[in-house]
Design a protein around this ligand. Structure first.
Ligand SMILES: [Zn+2]
Length: 435
């Protein structure tokens, strides 16, 4: 009985302490705000020293540094682009940096998302970024938004910032950010990086076109590749992210040379930069023209027919009889039934890991009928054909493409292995690598 009472007392104490902590945190916030308000119009000695190497630039000076101090920037996406851009923005002394991300830190992020560390795997990216940015600069305010940006919350979040940095990796969010920034009259510093290439431009700034002026309709979903599928080199995202911070700083300073109405293309393989002049604003743009037909945010996942995240999305193209599970394939392969297993991943991925006796025919070759004769010849010798890929999407595309060719010849259709090698690793062989 005594023990029970002690536990209750301790629980009560903890509750009281939590309440006190919450009150103190609120007090601290109010004090900080008060402090910042009072010193917003001048730099203290600490700030003069901290930012001295950029204050002495004629492009910045004391007035420029004060502009940075008064400015607020929202970085959407704490990934490959958001990490370097928010680091340089926080380092440069932007008064308030918001960092928005819905995701958690994973091991596959660390090669390029350098704000996150091995010890923050599993934490939210927004919190992980906030901790690191505060370590770098405790004199500014860092706001973590752990949320998915949606049509419901975008305007309320963005209206509290001067400029938005688009550091996301999907088309639906690009349209959402564009429309929200046009409606709220905020410049949008947009970057992207894939494999060894990157792009950069500033939308909606001093009469420059918006994203919709250039891309009135979204691309077909299967024409879009993200970093999870296409791969990306960390140093390339670093280049583009750092340039996003640079453009943002120039906008805040009101300096010339902002990359609006131009598109910068970076080729990391050749180490070249190219500048393309963009078409001017579209007079009949649905959102930024004088008579817009869009006056509020819409459903962007529906508009783009794709998810607003870069999480795995599972296609479902086939009938159940055209597919088998990894467990069924395991049984069949263990019992020594002769068959042909086609792995449709790219050869680089095939090199990482593969199932025994699988034959690598990349999906592009399958879809362009480059090696289909080989497959058909083997199939015609009454060998059942199975198709596998990393996550089970490309294998479905391959089966859908091959099935009519098989049927023409009176052969049994090939079968898709559901969930691909990820499913194999989860459900059959835990030692099989996942990437
Ligand atoms: Zn427009």
């Amino acid at each position: 009985m005594g023990g029970q009472m002690e536990i209750e007392e301790l629980e009560h104490d903890i509750q009281m302490l939590r309440k006190q902590l919450k009150e103190k945190v609120e007090q601290l916030k109010t004090l900080k705000k008060h402090f910042q308000k009072n010193c917003i119009n001048k730099l203290n000695n600490h700030e003069i020293a901290r930012y001295s190497r950029q204050i002495i630039l004629s492009e910045i000076g004391m007035q420029g540094q004060l502009k940075l101090k008064k400015a607020s920037v929202l970085v959407v996406g704490a990934g490959g682009l958001g990490c370097p851009s928010s680091l340089y923005l926080a380092g440069a002394g932007i008064g308030r940096v918001g960092i928005l991300d819905y995701d958690e830190v994973e091991l596959t992020n660390l090669h390029r998302q350098l704000l996150h560390t091995e010890s923050t795997i599993g934490l939210t990216k927004a919190d992980s970024a906030k901790v690191q940015l505060e370590e770098l600069n405790s004199q500014i305010e860092i706001v973590a938004h752990h949320t998915q940006l949606t049509s419901d919350n975008a305007l309320t979040i963005i209206e509290h910032y001067d400029i938005v940095v688009d550091a996301t990796d999907n088309v639906a969010t690009r349209y959402l950010l564009n429309d929200a920034c046009v409606l709220l009259k905020k410049p949008l510093v947009s970057g992207s990086a894939l494999q060894l290439e990157g792009q950069l431009t500033v939308y909606n700034y001093k009469n420059s076109p918006c994203y919709r002026c250039l891309f009135p309709t979204p691309p077909p979903p299967d024409a879009v590749t993200n970093c999870g599928d296409g791969g990306v080199l960390g140093a390339v995202t670093g280049v583009i992210g750092a340039l996003q911070a640079l453009e943002t700083i120039k906008i805040i300073l009101g300096n010339e040379g902002v990359l609006a109405g131009r598109l910068l293309l970076f080729d990391g393989q050749q180490s070249t930069f190219r500048n393309l002049k963009l078409r001017p604003r579209k007079k009949d743009c649905t959102i930024c023209s004088d008579n817009p037909t869009l006056t509020k945010l819409i459903d962007y996942e529906q508009f783009c027919s794709m998810k607003a995240t870069d999480k795995d999305s599972q296609l479902s193209l086939l009938e159940p009889e055209e597919r088998i599970t990894v467990q069924e394939y395991k049984q069949l392969s263990d019992s020594g039934i002769p068959h042909l297993l086609i792995d449709v991943r790219g050869s680089n991925q095939f090199e990482i890991c593969q199932l025994p006796a699988s034959v690598n025919i990349p999906i592009d070759d399958v879809l362009k009928n480059r090696k289909t004769d080989d497959i058909l010849t083997q199939a015609s010798q009454k060998l059942p054909v199975y198709v596998v890929c990393r996550r089970g999407n490309d294998s479905q595309l391959a089966v859908r493409h091959l099935a009519p060719l098989f049927q023409e010849r009176g052969l049994d259709s090939p079968k898709d292995i559901v969930g691909g090698l990820h499913a194999w690793s989860h459900n059959v062989d835990h030692q099989f690598p996942i990437y």
